[in-house]
Ligand binder design. Structure first.
Ligand code: UT7
Length: 332
Protein backbone atom coordinates (compact mmCIF):
# COMPACT_ATOMS: atom_id res chain seq x y z
CA UNK A 1 0.00 0.00 0.00
CA UNK A 2 1.21 3.50 -0.77
CA UNK A 3 1.73 6.28 1.78
CA UNK A 4 0.12 9.68 1.63
CA UNK A 5 2.11 12.86 2.19
CA UNK A 6 1.29 16.44 3.04
CA UNK A 7 2.00 18.43 -0.13
CA UNK A 8 0.54 21.75 0.91
CA UNK A 9 -0.33 23.56 4.14
CA UNK A 10 -2.09 26.87 4.79
CA UNK A 11 -3.91 28.77 7.49
CA UNK A 12 -6.18 31.76 7.95
CA UNK A 13 -7.04 33.70 11.09
CA UNK A 14 -9.58 36.52 11.34
CA UNK A 15 -8.17 40.05 11.52
CA UNK A 16 -9.75 41.02 14.84
CA UNK A 17 -7.35 40.58 17.76
CA UNK A 18 -8.89 40.28 21.24
CA UNK A 19 -6.47 40.66 24.13
CA UNK A 20 -6.81 39.43 27.70
CA UNK A 21 -7.31 43.09 28.69
CA UNK A 22 -10.32 43.24 26.34
CA UNK A 23 -11.84 40.28 28.17
CA UNK A 24 -11.23 41.96 31.56
CA UNK A 25 -13.88 44.50 30.48
CA UNK A 26 -16.49 41.76 30.02
CA UNK A 27 -15.96 39.46 33.01
CA UNK A 28 -14.11 39.06 36.28
CA UNK A 29 -10.78 37.86 34.94
CA UNK A 30 -7.27 39.24 34.58
CA UNK A 31 -4.49 39.28 32.04
CA UNK A 32 -2.24 37.81 34.74
CA UNK A 33 -4.57 34.86 35.47
CA UNK A 34 -5.01 33.99 31.79
CA UNK A 35 -1.27 34.20 31.01
CA UNK A 36 -0.23 32.19 34.06
CA UNK A 37 -2.84 29.45 33.78
CA UNK A 38 -2.98 29.09 30.00
CA UNK A 39 -0.14 30.99 28.27
CA UNK A 40 -2.69 32.86 26.15
CA UNK A 41 -2.04 36.56 25.47
CA UNK A 42 -4.54 37.19 22.69
CA UNK A 43 -6.84 35.36 20.31
CA UNK A 44 -8.69 36.12 17.06
CA UNK A 45 -12.47 36.60 16.81
CA UNK A 46 -14.40 36.40 13.56
CA UNK A 47 -16.21 39.33 12.03
CA UNK A 48 -19.87 38.69 11.32
CA UNK A 49 -20.64 39.08 7.62
CA UNK A 50 -16.98 38.58 6.71
CA UNK A 51 -15.78 35.31 8.23
CA UNK A 52 -17.60 31.98 8.31
CA UNK A 53 -16.31 28.56 9.31
CA UNK A 54 -16.49 27.53 5.63
CA UNK A 55 -14.94 30.64 4.06
CA UNK A 56 -12.07 30.74 6.56
CA UNK A 57 -11.47 27.10 5.62
CA UNK A 58 -11.52 28.11 1.94
CA UNK A 59 -8.83 30.76 2.50
CA UNK A 60 -6.61 28.27 4.33
CA UNK A 61 -7.31 25.69 1.61
CA UNK A 62 -6.34 28.04 -1.23
CA UNK A 63 -2.95 28.56 0.41
CA UNK A 64 -2.48 24.80 0.89
CA UNK A 65 -3.45 24.15 -2.74
CA UNK A 66 -1.00 26.79 -3.95
CA UNK A 67 1.84 25.22 -1.97
CA UNK A 68 0.90 21.79 -3.37
CA UNK A 69 0.86 23.21 -6.92
CA UNK A 70 -2.72 22.02 -7.41
CA UNK A 71 -6.02 23.60 -8.43
CA UNK A 72 -9.20 23.05 -6.43
CA UNK A 73 -10.49 21.09 -9.44
CA UNK A 74 -7.69 18.53 -8.89
CA UNK A 75 -9.19 17.52 -5.51
CA UNK A 76 -10.91 14.14 -5.14
CA UNK A 77 -12.37 14.63 -1.66
CA UNK A 78 -12.82 17.07 1.24
CA UNK A 79 -12.62 16.03 4.89
CA UNK A 80 -13.71 18.88 7.16
CA UNK A 81 -13.15 18.83 10.92
CA UNK A 82 -15.13 21.30 13.03
CA UNK A 83 -17.22 21.52 16.19
CA UNK A 84 -18.63 24.87 15.07
CA UNK A 85 -20.26 24.23 11.67
CA UNK A 86 -22.00 27.11 9.92
CA UNK A 87 -25.33 25.28 10.19
CA UNK A 88 -26.71 22.47 12.35
CA UNK A 89 -26.95 20.67 9.01
CA UNK A 90 -25.69 20.30 6.34
CA UNK A 91 -22.06 20.10 7.41
CA UNK A 92 -19.47 22.70 6.46
CA UNK A 93 -17.71 20.35 4.01
CA UNK A 94 -20.32 20.99 1.31
CA UNK A 95 -20.12 24.74 1.95
CA UNK A 96 -16.36 24.61 1.50
CA UNK A 97 -16.84 22.66 -1.71
CA UNK A 98 -19.17 25.45 -2.92
CA UNK A 99 -16.70 28.16 -1.81
CA UNK A 100 -13.95 26.44 -3.79
CA UNK A 101 -16.20 26.15 -6.85
CA UNK A 102 -15.81 22.40 -7.26
CA UNK A 103 -18.79 20.17 -7.78
CA UNK A 104 -19.61 16.54 -7.08
CA UNK A 105 -16.53 15.40 -5.14
CA UNK A 106 -17.43 13.94 -1.72
CA UNK A 107 -17.35 16.22 1.33
CA UNK A 108 -17.23 14.60 4.74
CA UNK A 109 -17.58 16.36 8.11
CA UNK A 110 -15.68 14.98 11.10
CA UNK A 111 -16.89 15.71 14.65
CA UNK A 112 -13.99 15.03 16.98
CA UNK A 113 -13.31 18.47 18.46
CA UNK A 114 -9.66 19.05 19.43
CA UNK A 115 -8.63 15.72 17.89
CA UNK A 116 -10.77 16.41 14.81
CA UNK A 117 -7.96 17.38 12.47
CA UNK A 118 -5.88 14.27 13.18
CA UNK A 119 -8.98 12.07 12.87
CA UNK A 120 -9.70 13.78 9.52
CA UNK A 121 -6.10 13.33 8.41
CA UNK A 122 -6.32 9.65 9.24
CA UNK A 123 -9.54 9.27 7.22
CA UNK A 124 -7.93 10.98 4.21
CA UNK A 125 -4.79 8.86 4.61
CA UNK A 126 -6.83 5.65 4.38
CA UNK A 127 -8.52 6.77 1.14
CA UNK A 128 -5.13 7.49 -0.42
CA UNK A 129 -3.52 4.30 0.93
CA UNK A 130 -6.21 2.13 -0.64
CA UNK A 131 -5.84 3.95 -3.95
CA UNK A 132 -9.42 5.18 -3.99
CA UNK A 133 -8.44 8.87 -4.13
CA UNK A 134 -5.30 10.85 -4.95
CA UNK A 135 -5.71 14.43 -3.77
CA UNK A 136 -7.61 14.97 -0.54
CA UNK A 137 -8.15 18.30 1.22
CA UNK A 138 -8.17 18.07 5.03
CA UNK A 139 -9.37 21.10 6.97
CA UNK A 140 -9.92 22.22 10.54
CA UNK A 141 -11.90 25.44 10.96
CA UNK A 142 -13.65 26.94 13.97
CA UNK A 143 -15.67 29.93 15.07
CA UNK A 144 -15.91 29.76 18.85
CA UNK A 145 -16.46 33.40 19.66
CA UNK A 146 -20.15 33.44 18.67
CA UNK A 147 -20.87 30.63 21.15
CA UNK A 148 -19.10 31.63 24.37
CA UNK A 149 -20.48 32.88 27.67
CA UNK A 150 -18.77 36.25 28.14
CA UNK A 151 -20.09 36.72 31.67
CA UNK A 152 -18.04 35.74 34.75
CA UNK A 153 -20.02 32.47 34.86
CA UNK A 154 -18.29 31.34 31.66
CA UNK A 155 -14.79 32.64 32.33
CA UNK A 156 -13.20 29.21 32.87
CA UNK A 157 -13.91 28.35 29.23
CA UNK A 158 -14.42 31.62 27.34
CA UNK A 159 -10.92 33.02 27.84
CA UNK A 160 -9.40 29.91 26.26
CA UNK A 161 -11.05 29.60 22.86
CA UNK A 162 -10.30 31.46 19.63
CA UNK A 163 -11.28 31.36 15.94
CA UNK A 164 -9.23 30.29 12.92
CA UNK A 165 -8.66 27.73 10.19
CA UNK A 166 -5.92 25.47 8.86
CA UNK A 167 -5.74 23.11 5.89
CA UNK A 168 -3.50 20.53 4.28
CA UNK A 169 -3.53 18.82 0.89
CA UNK A 170 -2.71 15.11 1.02
CA UNK A 171 -1.36 13.40 -2.08
CA UNK A 172 0.23 9.99 -2.75
CA UNK A 173 3.86 9.73 -1.67
CA UNK A 174 6.46 8.60 -4.20
CA UNK A 175 8.23 6.41 -1.65
CA UNK A 176 7.07 4.56 1.44
CA UNK A 177 9.72 6.06 3.71
CA UNK A 178 8.17 9.49 3.26
CA UNK A 179 4.80 10.89 4.24
CA UNK A 180 2.34 9.81 6.91
CA UNK A 181 3.94 6.77 8.57
CA UNK A 182 0.99 6.00 10.86
CA UNK A 183 -2.01 7.51 12.62
CA UNK A 184 -3.41 6.49 16.01
CA UNK A 185 -6.97 7.30 17.07
CA UNK A 186 -8.64 6.82 20.47
CA UNK A 187 -11.83 7.73 22.31
CA UNK A 188 -13.43 7.22 25.71
CA UNK A 189 -17.10 8.19 25.74
CA UNK A 190 -17.30 7.76 29.52
CA UNK A 191 -16.19 11.39 29.78
CA UNK A 192 -18.44 12.78 27.02
CA UNK A 193 -20.10 15.41 29.23
CA UNK A 194 -16.88 16.67 30.89
CA UNK A 195 -16.18 18.99 27.94
CA UNK A 196 -19.31 19.57 25.95
CA UNK A 197 -22.08 21.82 24.72
CA UNK A 198 -25.22 19.99 25.86
CA UNK A 199 -27.97 22.17 24.42
CA UNK A 200 -29.78 22.53 22.09
CA UNK A 201 -29.73 18.73 21.78
CA UNK A 202 -32.03 16.41 19.85
CA UNK A 203 -32.70 14.35 22.98
CA UNK A 204 -35.06 17.03 24.37
CA UNK A 205 -38.58 17.43 23.05
CA UNK A 206 -38.19 21.19 23.07
CA UNK A 207 -34.73 21.64 21.64
CA UNK A 208 -34.26 25.22 22.67
CA UNK A 209 -35.97 26.69 25.74
CA UNK A 210 -35.69 29.90 27.74
CA UNK A 211 -34.40 27.77 30.65
CA UNK A 212 -31.48 26.63 28.50
CA UNK A 213 -30.66 30.22 27.62
CA UNK A 214 -30.95 31.32 31.27
CA UNK A 215 -28.94 28.43 32.73
CA UNK A 216 -26.16 28.79 30.14
CA UNK A 217 -26.39 25.14 29.02
CA UNK A 218 -26.09 26.37 25.43
CA UNK A 219 -22.47 27.31 26.18
CA UNK A 220 -19.43 25.01 26.42
CA UNK A 221 -19.06 23.38 29.80
CA UNK A 222 -15.65 22.05 30.88
CA UNK A 223 -14.44 20.24 33.94
CA UNK A 224 -11.04 21.91 33.48
CA UNK A 225 -9.12 20.00 36.14
CA UNK A 226 -10.32 16.63 34.93
CA UNK A 227 -9.62 17.45 31.28
CA UNK A 228 -6.16 18.66 32.25
CA UNK A 229 -5.34 15.44 34.14
CA UNK A 230 -6.44 13.20 31.27
CA UNK A 231 -4.65 15.38 28.72
CA UNK A 232 -1.25 15.10 30.41
CA UNK A 233 -1.62 11.30 30.48
CA UNK A 234 -3.02 10.76 26.99
CA UNK A 235 -0.70 13.11 25.08
CA UNK A 236 2.54 11.29 26.05
CA UNK A 237 0.80 7.92 25.65
CA UNK A 238 -0.37 8.53 22.09
CA UNK A 239 2.95 10.12 21.06
CA UNK A 240 4.83 7.08 22.39
CA UNK A 241 2.39 4.79 20.57
CA UNK A 242 3.24 6.48 17.26
CA UNK A 243 6.99 6.35 17.93
CA UNK A 244 6.98 2.71 19.03
CA UNK A 245 4.88 1.62 16.07
CA UNK A 246 7.63 2.96 13.78
CA UNK A 247 10.66 1.99 15.84
CA UNK A 248 11.56 5.51 17.01
CA UNK A 249 12.36 7.14 20.34
CA UNK A 250 11.32 10.60 21.60
CA UNK A 251 14.77 12.02 20.75
CA UNK A 252 14.17 11.12 17.07
CA UNK A 253 11.39 13.72 16.85
CA UNK A 254 12.45 16.85 14.94
CA UNK A 255 9.20 18.73 15.49
CA UNK A 256 6.29 17.98 17.80
CA UNK A 257 3.07 19.80 16.96
CA UNK A 258 0.70 19.34 19.89
CA UNK A 259 -2.87 20.62 19.90
CA UNK A 260 -2.66 24.05 21.53
CA UNK A 261 -4.85 23.51 24.61
CA UNK A 262 -2.81 25.12 27.37
CA UNK A 263 0.86 26.14 27.54
CA UNK A 264 1.17 24.22 30.81
CA UNK A 265 0.01 21.04 29.05
CA UNK A 266 2.47 21.61 26.19
CA UNK A 267 5.33 22.26 28.66
CA UNK A 268 4.46 19.09 30.54
CA UNK A 269 4.54 17.00 27.34
CA UNK A 270 7.81 18.61 26.30
CA UNK A 271 9.38 17.75 29.65
CA UNK A 272 7.95 14.22 29.66
CA UNK A 273 9.32 13.58 26.14
CA UNK A 274 12.66 15.19 27.03
CA UNK A 275 12.50 17.55 24.05
CA UNK A 276 14.10 21.00 23.80
CA UNK A 277 11.66 23.87 23.25
CA UNK A 278 12.81 24.46 19.65
CA UNK A 279 11.41 21.00 18.81
CA UNK A 280 7.95 21.74 20.20
CA UNK A 281 5.62 24.12 18.40
CA UNK A 282 3.68 26.61 20.49
CA UNK A 283 1.56 29.50 19.25
CA UNK A 284 -1.19 29.45 21.87
CA UNK A 285 -0.13 32.94 23.05
CA UNK A 286 -1.43 34.37 19.73
CA UNK A 287 -4.53 32.31 19.02
CA UNK A 288 -5.72 30.53 22.18
CA UNK A 289 -7.30 27.13 21.67
CA UNK A 290 -8.83 26.83 18.18
CA UNK A 291 -9.78 23.13 18.66
CA UNK A 292 -9.79 21.36 15.25
CA UNK A 293 -7.90 24.25 13.64
CA UNK A 294 -5.05 24.38 16.14
CA UNK A 295 -2.84 21.57 14.77
CA UNK A 296 -2.95 22.68 11.10
CA UNK A 297 -2.44 26.36 12.06
CA UNK A 298 0.59 25.39 14.19
CA UNK A 299 1.92 23.14 11.41
CA UNK A 300 1.49 25.94 8.87
CA UNK A 301 3.32 28.45 11.07
CA UNK A 302 6.12 25.98 11.86
CA UNK A 303 6.69 25.60 8.11
CA UNK A 304 6.53 29.36 7.51
CA UNK A 305 9.14 29.85 10.23
CA UNK A 306 11.41 27.31 8.53
CA UNK A 307 11.27 24.96 11.51
CA UNK A 308 10.44 21.86 9.42
CA UNK A 309 12.65 20.67 6.56
CA UNK A 310 12.54 17.72 4.21
CA UNK A 311 13.39 14.45 5.93
CA UNK A 312 12.34 15.67 9.41
CA UNK A 313 10.32 13.43 11.70
CA UNK A 314 7.18 15.38 12.62
CA UNK A 315 4.67 14.23 15.22
CA UNK A 316 1.13 15.64 15.51
CA UNK A 317 -0.83 14.94 18.70
CA UNK A 318 -4.14 16.05 20.18
CA UNK A 319 -6.48 15.46 23.09
CA UNK A 320 -9.91 16.89 23.78
CA UNK A 321 -13.67 16.61 24.09
CA UNK A 322 -15.13 13.13 23.80
CA UNK A 323 -12.69 12.37 25.29
CA UNK A 324 -10.78 11.75 22.08
CA UNK A 325 -7.05 11.70 21.46
CA UNK A 326 -4.88 10.99 18.45
CA UNK A 327 -1.44 11.22 16.89
CA UNK A 328 0.19 11.07 13.47
CA UNK A 329 3.85 10.44 12.70
CA UNK A 330 5.13 11.98 9.49
CA UNK A 331 8.46 11.74 7.65
CA UNK A 332 8.48 15.15 5.96
O1 UT7 B 1 -8.72 21.69 24.07
C1 UT7 B 1 -9.40 20.66 24.71
C2 UT7 B 1 -8.74 20.28 25.91
N1 UT7 B 1 -8.83 21.33 26.89
C3 UT7 B 1 -7.90 21.38 27.79
O2 UT7 B 1 -6.96 20.62 27.73
C4 UT7 B 1 -8.07 22.37 28.93
C5 UT7 B 1 -7.59 21.72 30.19
N2 UT7 B 1 -7.79 22.51 31.35
C6 UT7 B 1 -7.13 23.69 31.57
O3 UT7 B 1 -6.39 24.13 30.72
C7 UT7 B 1 -7.28 24.36 32.91
O4 UT7 B 1 -7.98 23.50 33.77
C8 UT7 B 1 -7.99 25.73 32.84
C9 UT7 B 1 -7.11 26.74 32.13
C10 UT7 B 1 -9.31 25.60 32.11
C11 UT7 B 1 -8.26 26.25 34.24
O5 UT7 B 1 -7.05 26.35 34.95
P1 UT7 B 1 -6.91 25.75 36.41
O6 UT7 B 1 -5.55 26.06 36.87
O7 UT7 B 1 -7.31 24.30 36.34
O8 UT7 B 1 -7.93 26.60 37.25
P2 UT7 B 1 -9.23 26.11 38.04
O9 UT7 B 1 -10.30 25.72 37.10
O10 UT7 B 1 -8.81 25.11 39.09
O11 UT7 B 1 -9.64 27.44 38.76
C12 UT7 B 1 -8.80 28.08 39.75
C13 UT7 B 1 -9.47 29.35 40.18
C14 UT7 B 1 -10.92 29.17 40.57
O12 UT7 B 1 -11.19 30.05 41.66
P3 UT7 B 1 -11.22 29.48 43.18
O13 UT7 B 1 -12.30 28.44 43.18
O14 UT7 B 1 -9.85 28.93 43.43
O15 UT7 B 1 -11.54 30.69 43.98
C15 UT7 B 1 -11.68 29.66 39.37
O16 UT7 B 1 -12.95 30.15 39.69
O17 UT7 B 1 -9.47 30.30 39.11
C16 UT7 B 1 -10.80 30.77 38.88
N3 UT7 B 1 -10.93 31.06 37.46
C17 UT7 B 1 -10.60 32.24 36.91
N4 UT7 B 1 -10.12 33.37 37.46
C18 UT7 B 1 -9.87 34.39 36.61
C19 UT7 B 1 -11.37 30.24 36.47
N5 UT7 B 1 -11.33 30.87 35.29
C20 UT7 B 1 -10.86 32.11 35.53
C21 UT7 B 1 -10.58 33.22 34.71
N6 UT7 B 1 -10.11 34.34 35.30
N7 UT7 B 1 -10.78 33.20 33.38
Amino acid sequence: MRNSKISGVGHYVPERIVSNKDLEKLMDTSDEWIRERTGIVERRYFQEGVDTTANMAAQASQKALKMAGLEATDLDMIVFATLSPDYVFPGSGVLLQRELGIKEIPALDVRNQCSGFIYALSVADQFIKTGMYNNVLVVGSEIHSSGLDFTTRGRGVSVIFGDGAGAVVLTPSENNEQGILSTHLHADGEFAEELAVLDPGSNKKDRLTHEMLDSGSIYPHMNGNMVFKHAVTRFPEVIMEALQKNGYKPEDIDMLIPHQANLRITSYIQQKMGLPSEKVMSNIHKYGNTTAASVPIALSEALEEGRIKEGDLVCLAAFGSGFTWASALIRW
